[in-house]
Design a protein around this ligand. Structure first.
Ligand code: GAP
Length: 513
């Protein structure tokens, strides 16, 4: 049994080895918390984005999609509250001069000093009890494990309370009480905890004197809010209706870690649903359940998701919940569902002096709509899918690494393999590729023994391999091998297109929603 760290390291190294994700500017030793999606990763990421876009925009008459610019008028960020309140609590070590996120120092302490002990107990017990080991029961009954869990929960609860109350003195006191040392200098010589704004600034204009200060957007949502009336009017949209978009967002995250979980440049998939004031509770429940249904439709295990309802709410919200996913390092936020009231539109009204109201023809009255937001990180969703899919399987002879991606998201849907590089088999295989490539991403592979080629496709998550052999010459059939079961059967070449449509096409998966 591998521990959490080993599992996560394996995810990162596999993503690099098979061309999914590379560190940005690697030849210059990389840029921290910035990543590039490679040939496989770009396809997987695009498929996740499409699955979200089609579920939100194509399948809903009352949701339209836009693509707003990254640069926005700087007053946008004053109105949204980001200039004044988009902060992280930071602390400096006076000896190493290194800056840390104060909450992360405490979370790391819990992970490394307490949760690591729980992992150790589990590993020890698993060794002792062998095949009979019931991890769940062990975690629920072992007194040492229960003690560690309680200690961890007490610390994290106090941290959450102090942050919610903006009691930064108590965050510092907690760091001192836990005797947390700087990982670099080993010293416990800390400054006070201070708030630090996460937005990246930049300049627009030719000369330093005339240039305007701009921000790289820290969320895509504001591009939707400022376009609310344009879209409503030109699209003749009636409330309730939604505006969706996907796009880059930028945050100067001080803690660069956990691979693509927390990045400085990342992509969001957000939808603002404009509703009549007073109906927000109904729509909040609606979108919570719809978004969870979307996640569950991918078949990654109900037990890997949970809701976390926020007790203390942001200044703009009257209800908020996260959909958390079980990443290799534990349950963490994957998506947020926020009831944002009329905060954003009203604030943009105030700052711009322009009315952002909806005329309700049925009630013959105008109002500033309330907003229900769904907001998910595309990169975080990528990590959820990828880490959940990567598995090492014991076989009768050896092991195999297989990426059990939901087939609708797999980079290649099918690999076509001639058994030998002669006797006309490559020609038939290539003609199958030509037929399929208009509908699917298909790969042709003739190098190495067929068993090795299967393993290569397993490792990048290709759901089906078609093998062309000598029997194909006689009866126009091929062997089709399914990735997860490794079952093989013979099918007519003419039936492959229809089989793929049923199994891997986005339209079939979307119908199950
Ligand atoms: N408009 C609301 C909003 O931006 P958020 O909770 O700050 O809310 C929404 O972000 C989602 O964006 C998160 O649930 C997460 O999936 C993703 N996200 C946020 N910060 C991120 C980062 N630094 N790296 C990767 N994904 C991030």
């Amino acid at each position: 049994m591998k521990n959490k760290d080993e599992v996560f390291k394996r995810v990162i190294s596999h993503a690099k080895e098979y061309g999914f994700i590379f560190q940005s500017s690697e030849i210059y030793d990389g840029l921290s918390a910035v990543y590039d999606y490679a040939q496989m990763g770009a396809l997987l990421k695009k498929n996740i984005r499409d699955y979200w876009w089609h579920a939100m925009v194509r399948l809903n008459d009352n949701i339209v999609g836009i693509d707003a610019a990254i640069f926005m008028h700087p007053t946008t960020w004053k109105a949204s509250g980001h200039v004044d309140a988009f902060n992280d609590p930071l602390i400096d070590n006076k000896d190493s001069k290194k800056r840390y996120r104060a909450d992360v120092l405490v979370e790391d302490y819990v992970a490394n000093k307490i949760e690591a002990k729980i992992d150790k107990e589990i590993q020890k017990a698993a060794k002792r009890f062998g095949a009979d080991f019931d991890q769940e029961q062990f975690e629920q009954t072992n007194p040492r494990v229960l003690g560690y869990k309680e200690k961890a929960a007490t610390i994290l609860k106090r941290l959450a309370r102090s942050l919610e109350d903006e009691n930064l003195e108590d965050v510092k006191a907690l760091i001192e009480e836990l005797e947390i040392a700087c990982p670099l200098s080993g010293s416990k010589n800390w400054t006070d905890v201070k708030q630090f704004n996460l937005m990246f600034g930049t300049k627009l204009g030719a000369s330093a004197e005339t240039a305007t200060d701009l921000y790289l957007r820290p969320e895509t949502a504001q591009g939707i809010f400022v376009n609310f009336l344009n879209v409503q009017k030109t699209g003749r949209m009636k409330i309730p209706f939604g505006i969706a978009q996907t796009g880059k967002a930028f945050r100067n995250e001080i803690v660069a870690r956990q691979f693509i979980f927390r990045m400085r440049e990342f992509e969001q998939m957000e939808m603002q649903f404009f509703i009549k004031p007073g109906t927000q509770q109904k729509w909040y429940e609606h979108w919570k359940s719809h978004r969870l249904k979307w996640h569950l439709s991918l078949g990654m295990g109900k037990e890997n998701y949970r809701f976390h309802d926020h007790e203390k709410l942001a200044h703009y919200a009257d209800a908020a919940a996260d959909i958390e996913f079980k990443f290799p390092f534990g349950f963490k936020e994957l998506e947020g569902i926020h009831s944002r009231t009329d905060f954003d539109l009203s604030s943009h009204e105030n700052y711009s002096g322009k009315k952002l109201q909806y005329f309700d023809p049925e009630e013959n009255t105008s109002y500033v709509p309330y907003v229900l937001e769904t907001s998910i990180g595309l990169d975080r969703m990528f990590l959820a899918v990828y880490s959940n899919s990567l598995q090492e399987e014991e076989l009768e002879k050896g092991t195999r690494t297989v990426l059990k991606l939901p087939s609708v998201l797999a980079p290649y849907k099918v690999a076509v393999l001639p058994l030998l590089k002669r006797d006309g088999l490559p020609e038939i295989a290539k003609s199958i590729v030509e037929d399929l490539r208009f509908d699917y991403d298909v790969v042709y592979d003739e190098k190495d023994a067929v068993g090795r080629r299967y393993r290569r496709q397993d490792a990048i998550g290709t759901p089906f391999c078609l093998t062309v052999d000598h029997q194909t010459l006689e009866d126009q059939t091929v062997t089709i091998r399914e990735r997860d079961s490794m079952n093989q059967e013979r099918v007519a070449i003419s039936s492959v297109g229809e089989m793929l449509r049923k199994e891997v096409s986005m339209s079939e998966w979307l119908k199950r929603l």
